[in-house]
Design a protein around this ligand. Sequence first.
Ligand SMILES: CC(C)(COP(=O)(O)OP(=O)(O)OC[C@H]1O[C@@H](n2cnc3c(N)ncnc32)[C@H](O)[C@@H]1OP(=O)(O)O)[C@@H](O)C(=O)NCCC(=O)NCCS
Length: 185
Amino acid sequence: MIVQEIEYTLKDGRKALIRSPKEEDIPGILDYLQRSSGETDYLLRYPEEWSRYTVKGAKERFERINASENGAMLVCLVEGKVAGNCQISWDDLIKTRHRASVAIALLKEYWGQGIGTRLLQELIRIAEENEKLLQIELDFIEGNSRARALYEKMGFRITGVGVNAVRLKDGTLLNEYHMIREIQR
Ligand SMILES: CC(C)(COP(=O)(O)OP(=O)(O)OC[C@H]1O[C@@H](n2cnc3c(N)ncnc32)[C@H](O)[C@@H]1OP(=O)(O)O)[C@@H](O)C(=O)NCCC(=O)NCCS
């Protein structure tokens, strides 16, 4: 789905814009995907694992998600530059259509400005407006205290652990925690 644009001011005074992705965002998004996955171990891909994600693929993906009734992608632009994005999606299966999944990431230079909070608020609003949805779910990797603090602040709680779900290049094994937030209406 397409979301209404939101303009607001960051903690440091810069202007931010949150909206659905457009074709003009593709170079910025591809750059952000590669760079952000090199800035933290807490995203599931390494930078080179984005190399098969092409301009054509991104265009098709944006068109598909913007046209979908089962989710939305939001891009955050700060002074015209892609700072990060987030996504919410759910399926149509009778047994699981009450569950939405969310994911979020930002370039490091934009951490700590309240963007994660603002994006997550918007994803929660989208979920609340879809009456079929009863809960929002996400996962975070062991050690990601910033993400965990954000999610707990927004009402998520840990409900499970995927033991050794992530293995870094150096062999370090990390757990992945599953969180849920019930939707209040
Ligand atoms: C996780 C992420 C999306 C958070 O976004 P953000 O814009 O930095 O978060 P916010 O500025 O809205 O801060 C959210 C909360 O985190 C907490 N927080 C801030 N800095 C923190 C720190 N250094 N350590 C722990 N918690 C911290 C605070 O509780 C803050 O809320 P408050 O400012 O109201 O007190 C962002 O840091 C990021 O993209 N990280 C890398 C990718 C990633 O880990 N994605 C999530 C995968 S599960």
